[in-house]
Structures are given as structure tokens and as C-alpha cells.
Design a protein around this ligand. Structure first.
Ligand code: GUN
Length: 284
């Protein structure tokens, strides 16, 4: 049976560290504030935003929530973002994705000031990540790296296979793994011989968005398996991309869903918000 990497526990440790720094900043009269924008009524997005708000409360970060109706125009949304960009009391801005179809996601991402872009989605921040010189790391892949590090798993020289090539997870995870000297293969829906490639992984990261996509026959004995997926199975139960029951019998380490990467993503968002505030106050 694999060792379970407890994301809930590790995320609490990260949030504790953030909380201590936030308290120290308060001693210097510096408050830290995150603005979260949500457009429409997507139930999953509402849960994620609620969890982000709770994490802000737990770490002492002030949060401002802008819950906008689904028929908000792109211009109205961009106008709000500009206002928050220019508000010195706001250190971080996050616009929850996905957005309603009539709003151009790329334009929204490009409008958020790179200095307040705590998701690290802005092309300027993506460029910094590609050259290994960054202030913010995208929260989910950063959470994966933090989990591995705090579990004492060495990445250097390992073969990391990432299944999924999204801008939010797959692509930045590949960059972070490369920056830590792993050998990286990125697989996707058009990959031929997916199973054979996965079987060569020392570290397998599943970021596909399909329940039970990674089965035990795709996992090498004693591989480290990181499950980034958040799906619902036929019974409506929350599950990842990995067949946890079977794969946990083969892997040396595995992350559960829920309680794995999910809480880490939110903890890293708190860390990025703290970093933004420190940078804006010339403390780093
Ligand atoms: N939707 C799903 N994941 C994320 C995330 O990390 N950030 C934002 N802004 N939206 C998301």
C-alpha cells in the first residue's frame, strides 16, 4: 500500500507559515488583501471561491468578493479589474475561471496587473516561469512541487510524466519540473502509446479531468502518483483522474482526492497573495 501524501495536512503547514508572516506585516501596519471575482452561478466555482475565502480568514488575509451576474458584460468586468489594479489596498486579484462564453478569457487574464496576478496566468508571469525567474508560481503546480518537497521526494534526475497539457496545470507543471532538473514528458489526448510512456514514469502527474483515467496497468511498481483531477464519478462522488483503489496498491506514494492537491492549490494562493503584498511594499 502506497504512502498517502496528505495535502490537507501539508496545506495547513503552508497556511501556518503564511499566517505568521501576515501577523508580522500587521505589526508594520501592512494589511494584505485579495480580491476574488466570480461571474455567474457555476456551482463548482462557487465552492472553490468559498474555500478561497475561508483560507483568507484562516491566514489573516482580507478578502473582497465580487459576485457578478452571468450577464455581466466584458466591458463591465474589465472596468472592475482596472479599478482593482489601481487600488493600492488590493494586493492580489483573482478572476475565477471558467467565465461565461460571451467574455473573452484571454482579455481578462491580460488585463489583470501582472504584479497582482496571484494565479500567475498573465503572459508576463508565464514568461518568467519559462525562464525560471519568477515571483508567482501558478497555484496548482506550485502546490504539487511543495507537496513533493515537504514529503522529502527528490525530483532531480527523475522521469516525470505529465498527462494533460492545460495552461493552468500541465504546461506550467512541466516548466517547474524542468526547473528542478527532472526529465519531463508531457502527454495528451493525441499521444500514441500513452500506457507505455506512463509506465516509464518515476513521478506520474495526472491532470486530465476524467475519472479513473489512470489505471493500475499504466503505473510502474513504486512510482509516485500525483492526482490533480477533481471529477464526479457515476455515483456523484468526488474523485480524481486516478483509479485510487488499484493504483495505491502499486505506487510508493499517492495523493488522494479529496484531500490531496486541492487544498495545496488554495494554500499556494495564500502564499502568492502574501508575496504580492511584500513585493508591492518593497519588502522583497
Ligand atoms: N478555475 C479552476 N482552477 C482555477 C484557478 O486556479 N484559478 C482561477 N482563477 N480559476 C480557476
Amino acid at each position: 500500500m502506497a504512502q498517502i501524501i496528505d495535502g490537507k495536512n501539508i496545506s495547513s503547514l503552508v497556511k501556518e507559515d503564511v499566517k505568521k508572516e501576515i501577523e508580522a506585516l500587521k505589526q508594520q501596519n501592512i494589511k494584505v488583501c485579495l480580491a476574488v471575482i466570480i461571474v455567474g452561478d457555476d456551482p463548482a466555482s462557487k465552492v472553490y471561491v468559498g474555500n478561497k475565502k475561508k483560507a483568507c480568514e484562516a491566514t489573516g488575509i482580507e478578502s473582497l468578493e465580487y459576485a457578478l451576474p452571468a450577464d455581466t458584460t466584458e466591458e463591465e468586468l474589465l472596468c472592475l479589474i482596472e479599478k482593482l489594479n489601481n487600488d493600492p489596498a488590493v494586493n492580489g486579484i483573482l478572476c475565477q475561471l471558467p467565465l461565461p462564453k460571451h467574455i473573452n478569457e484571454k482579455r481578462v487574464i491580460n488585463t489583470i496587473s501582472a504584479k497582482k496576478d496571484v494565479d500567475a496566468f498573465h503572459p508576463e508571469n508565464v514568461g518568467h516561469i519559462m525562464i525560471g525567474d519568477y515571483t508567482f508560481l501558478p497555484c496548482t503546480p506550485a502546490g504539487v512541487m511543495e507537496m513533493l518537497e515537504r514529503t522529502g521526494i527528490e525530483v532531480q534526475g527523475k522521469h516525470c510524466v505529465i498527462v494533460g497539457r492545460s495552461n493552468i496545470v500541465g504546461k506550467p507543471a512541466a516548466a517547474l519540473m524542468l526547473n528542478k532538473s527532472a526529465t519531463v514528458t508531457v502527454c495528451h489526448s493525441k499521444t500514441v502509446n500513452l500506457k507505455e510512456i506512463c509506465l516509464t514514469a518515476d513521478i506520474l502527474i495526472a491532470a486530465v479531468g476524467r475519472a479513473n483515467f489512470i489505471t493500475a496497468d499504466m503505473v510502474r511498481q513504486d512510482a509516485i502518483v500525483i492526482d490533480v483531477g477533481i471529477n464526479r464519478n457515476e455515483q456523484g462522488k468526488l474523485c480524481g483522474d486516478v483509479d485510487f483503489e488499484a493504483v495505491s496498491q502499486k505506487a510508493s506514494h499517492i495523493t488522494p482526492v479529496p484531500g490531496g492537491v486541492g487544498p495545496m492549490t488554495i494554500a499556494m494562493l495564500m502564499k502568492n497573495t502574501l508575496t504580492a503584498a511584500k513585493q508591492q511594499n518593497n519588502l522583497i
